[in-house]
Write a protein that binds this ligand. Structure first.
Ligand code: VTB
Length: 327
């Protein structure tokens, strides 16, 4: 994968963020997601790759675009695997809450885990704790490690966890150990990434979230030198047989970074609503819109933050499908 692809990938998340942000706070998550998908799909057609969507909007029969197996890009090479989440946090965007992102990860063909749409148990940490944690450690022990390597007290550590009944025990355990908990409604791609960026104030991310989101987050953490460990979490026999089909017969198996993302990786994210890491899309008037993005690549470790001013009059078709204004 050429270095230039990193900047190409930002264009893809930017346009998806611009499109979905038009639905911010309107209570319509499906429309918001649809707008992100359409825009991202259209922009992918301008990127010089021969890409296959391995993590996308669903199976071919359930998603009209960016479905698993769909080909994207306008060139014959390089052959790459693409993992997309055009709008990570559809509910939070619909409610106008923070931390909605548009994200894409890319690796050489065959190098991304084709995670099925099911749950995944995850733990994510930044570079200082990478290599030192274990998914099966009690969270109290993980907190001790994360605090020690960062020269912090446990009481200074914040753990980001999806606000779900299934996390009741782990939330209690963190609090009893003296740690702080930030509960989020959605968006555990972001929370995993925040652990690897010091000024977000997030030290650890644990819990059960979507498996596709887990692989995307692993690609980002790989570029940042952090670590994610995971385990697929099938809920019934149909899901267990899907795991077996993809070569994971033993679902208790721990997935390490290389199991999820091999070799080089590129990751791009654009903020849709304001978040810990990126500002959301700002409408500046006169058809101008501002986006904030992050793009990085495992091979060279450069982390770029890109602020862009877009003139929507010049990309209305790409962003809106056709010009749509909410008067
Ligand atoms: C998480 C979260 C996503 O799904 O992966 C979550 O990061 C897991 O599913 O934004 P549940 O909502 O069933 O707990 C999302 O909320 C949506 O994909």
């Amino acid at each position: 994968m050429d270095r230039e692809l990193t900047l190409e990938l930002v264009r893809v998340t930017e346009v998806a963020a611009l499109a979905s942000s038009q639905w911010m706070g309107r209570g319509k998550k499906n429309e918001a997601d649809g707008a992100a998908v359409n825009a991202m799909r259209a922009m992918f057609d301008t990127v010089a790759i021969k890409g296959t969507v391995v993590i996308g909007e669903g199976e071919m029969d359930e998603a009209p675009m960016l479905y698993i197996g769909e080909k994207v890009g306008c060139a014959e090479s390089p052959e790459v695997d693409v993992a997309v989440d055009p709008l990570e946090g559809t509910n939070i965007l619909a409610k106008g809450l923070p931390n909605a992102l548009s994200v894409v990860a890319m690796a050489d063909k065959g190098n991304l885990l084709h995670a099925p749409d099911m749950y995944m148990q995850k733990i994510a940490v930044g570079p200082r704790a990478a290599g030192k944690i274990h998914i099966d450690d009690p969270v109290e022990r993980t907190l001790e490690i994360v605090a020690r390597v960062q020269n912090k007290r446990i009481s200074d550590c914040t753990v980001m966890i999806l606000d779900r009944p299934r996390h009741k025990k782990i939330i209690e355990a963190v609090r009893n150990a003296g740690g702080r908990v930030r509960l989020i409604g959605d968006g555990d791609v972001g929370s995993a990434i925040y652990t690897a960026i010091p000024d977000t104030g997030i030290d650890l991310c644990v819990g059960i979230g979507g498996a596709p989101e887990g692989v995307i987050a692993a690609a980002a953490l790989k570029c940042l030198g952090g670590e994610m460990q995971a385990r697929l979490w099938p809920e019934d026999d149909a899901e267990r047989s899907r795991c077996a089909q993809m070569g994971i017969a033993d679902t208790s198996r721990i997935l390490y970074m290389d199991d999820m993302v091999k070799g080089d990786a590129i990751f791009a994210a654009t903020g849709v609503t304001d978040g810990e890491l990126l500002k959301g899309v700002r409408m500046l008037g006169n058809d101008l819109a501002e986006t904030h993005s992050l793009v990085m690549r495992y091979k060279n470790k450069t982390v770029r933050y890109i602020k862009a001013i877009h003139n929507l009059a010049y990309k209305a078709n790409m962003v809106f499908g056709s010009p749509i204004y909410f008067d």
